[in-house]
Ligand binder design. Structure first.
Ligand code: ATP
Ligand code: MG
Length: 253
């Protein structure tokens, strides 16, 4: 089983969209999948139609106030989710005791054998919530747009990964970098391509061959609380996410 954190501290690079597509796509292939929303924004919970108000969320679970079976919701898309809501924003201050990095890892220990994949959507920061995701994870996938700020941030991300490897999770690895919101008409500039290739070497993680193209169907699907495959299974972007999932699975043992 693999636990994959989808991370990039740059906002709006497709972390939540990729988390949702991976959960739905892997579930369609027959895998048992759990999604975890580790972002107080709750975008992942909202996009997949989970209830995230007045229910047990990842926040209560990590505080030890809820049982994990009360936080898991089963979705029509065929996967389970542990939702979040804005209360999770307080975790940064509240999880201050010793062992705060391990809260998520410990929380999911009892259910992880039930799943083939656990996909964790992280917030656009490298704070304690992302560190909890990295401590629990076996793998990290970094979605990025082809912009200079999104790619240079990967360097900073790598410093956090190194620190988590050293203190909390030696087996953690960056599995790949995924280009999202890609516009084929505006080619990735030579400069960004070179920079990303250098980064890829530096962090010893490949760039996935599949690029996820920009498509309005993504926002429409999110507004309709549907996954991209059910909303627009013939769209270019659902083809891209299918290809990406196949490429990802080829890399799994
Ligand atoms: N391939 C795509 N084509 C078109 N729009 C996209 C695509 N991927 C993501 N988007 C849109 O871009 C915005 C940001 O995407 P998303 O929420 O997945 O990014 P994020 O990295 O999770 O953001 P945050 O850092 O705020 O959590 C959303 O409005 C989403 O609908
Ligand atoms: Mg997000």
């Amino acid at each position: 089983m693999q636990i994959i954190a989808i991370a990039n501290q740059k906002g709006g690079v497709g972390k939540t969209t990729t988390s949702h597509a991976m959960c739905a796509g892997l579930a369609q292939k027959g895998f048992k999948v759990l999604g975890i929303d580790m972002d107080p924004q709750g975008n992942f919970s909202a996009a997949c139609g989970a209830e995230n108000l007045d229910v047990s969320t990842i926040y209560e679970l990590m505080r030890g106030d809820s049982d994990i079976t009360d936080t898991i919701q089963s979705l029509k898309s065929g996967f389970d989710i542990i939702p979040s809501n804005i209360m999770l924003a307080g975790a940064e201050q509240e999880l201050s005791q010793t062992g705060k990095e391990y809260r998520l890892k410990e929380s999911i220990e009892s259910v992880k054998k039930k799943y083939d994949f656990i996909i964790i959507d992280t917030p656009p920061s490298l704070g304690i919530l992302t560190v909890n995701a990295f401590t629990a994870a076996t793998d990290i996938i970094i979605p990025t747009t082809a912009g200079i700020f999104a790619t240079t941030g990967i360097n900073q991300l790598n410093i956090t990964v190194k620190s988590v490897q050293k203190y909390c999770n030696a087996a953690l690895k960056i599995t790949g970098i995924l280009f999202t919101r890609f516009n084929p008409r505006a080619n990735i500039s030579k400069q960004i391509k070179e920079l990303t290739e250098q980064l890829s070497k530096y962090i010893s993680a490949p760039i996935y061959k599949t690029y996820i193209r920009t498509a309005v169907a993504i926002e429409e699907a999110q507004a309709n609380k549907m996954d991209i495959f059910n909303y627009a299974h013939k769209s270019t972007v659902s083809e891209d996410y299918k290809d990406f999932i196949d490429e990802f699975l080829k890399g799994c043992k």
